[in-house]
Design a protein around this ligand. Structure first.
Ligand SMILES: [Zn+2]
Length: 254
């Protein structure tokens, strides 16, 4: 059912949560918009104005790597200032209360971890933009380290001092394979839950589209909380089209 008003949405969501033992939230950009993180894919979003740099370009062109890092640093103020929103905090409450073993997210903003969910309980399907890794040896680099070298080299992206590999934010780019380990973990959580909460995702980008259906077919209940309709609304037990932060605020535990 589609919640007819905000109070009904909150009441039904709370009832579903109270009736469930294993809750797996699946989050997309909509949970982070109140935190000042732009929704890249939305109409008017960054990617409709500036095409993302595909992975094969990144690895084949120094100019592409320079441009990728220039763009990343241009957005650093937004990412660095972002704090968890009401949705993140409510999900952290579910985790602390033993109701939720972990979160699956399409987001790259690190806000679930910042809300207090341990990093090993956050499955990041598209990676994380708040740090970088070497594409060859997988060594982790902090953004401040990259920026320092980038600036000193006049805007040239640095390579890994250990192995000369290319250093890239720890995100999954267009044209880059989905991380199999994360996909496996997401599937494991999806099949273990009795309530699947799809929050702030349009559920059209693969592989996001597969998980709500997988949960539902496995017998879990499905709630979809998203500003716009999704193609899974018909099979959902609850559809909420109100503001995510407002809906989840009453579920934040002190
Ligand atoms: Zn390396």
């Amino acid at each position: 059912m589609i919640a007819p008003d905000l109070q009904t949405a909150i009441d039904r969501l709370r009832a579903l949560i109270e009736a469930s033992d294993v809750i797996v939230p699946f989050t997309g950009a909509g949970i982070s918009t109140e935190c000042g993180i732009p929704d890249f894919r939305s109409p008017g979003g960054i990617w409709t104005r500036m095409a993302p740099i595909p992975f094969d370009e990144f690895v084949s062109s120094q100019a592409a790597r320079d441009e990728a890092w220039r763009r990343r640093f241009a957005m650093q103020d937004q990412f660095a200032a972002a704090r968890p929103g009401r949705g993140h905090r409510a999900l952290a409450s579910l985790y602390r209360g033993g109701k939720s073993p972990g979160v699956v997210t399409q987001n790259i903003d690190n806000l679930h971890q910042a809300s207090g969910i341990p990093h090993e309980c956050v499955v990041e399907l598209h990676g994380n933009t708040t740090y970088a890794t070497c594409l060859e040896c997988a060594k982790r680099y902090e953004l401040g380290w990259v920026r320092d070298r980038f600036d000193r080299a006049g805007g040239r992206a640095p390579d890994c001092p250990d192995c000369r590999g290319y250093i890239k934010t720890a995100t999954v780019s267009f044209g880059q394979a989905m991380p199999q380990h994360e996909m496996d973990r997401a599937q494991g959580l999806t099949l273990a839950c009795d309530l699947f909460l799809a929050i702030g995702s349009s559920l059209v980008v693969w592989p996001a589209a597969g998980f709500p259906l997988m949960a539902k077919r496995n017998g879990a209940r499905l709630a979809i909380i998203n500003r716009d309709p999704t193609e899974f609304d018909d099979i959902a037990d609850l559809v909420v089209r109100h503001d995510i932060g407002t809906v989840f605020e009453p579920l934040i535990a002190a």
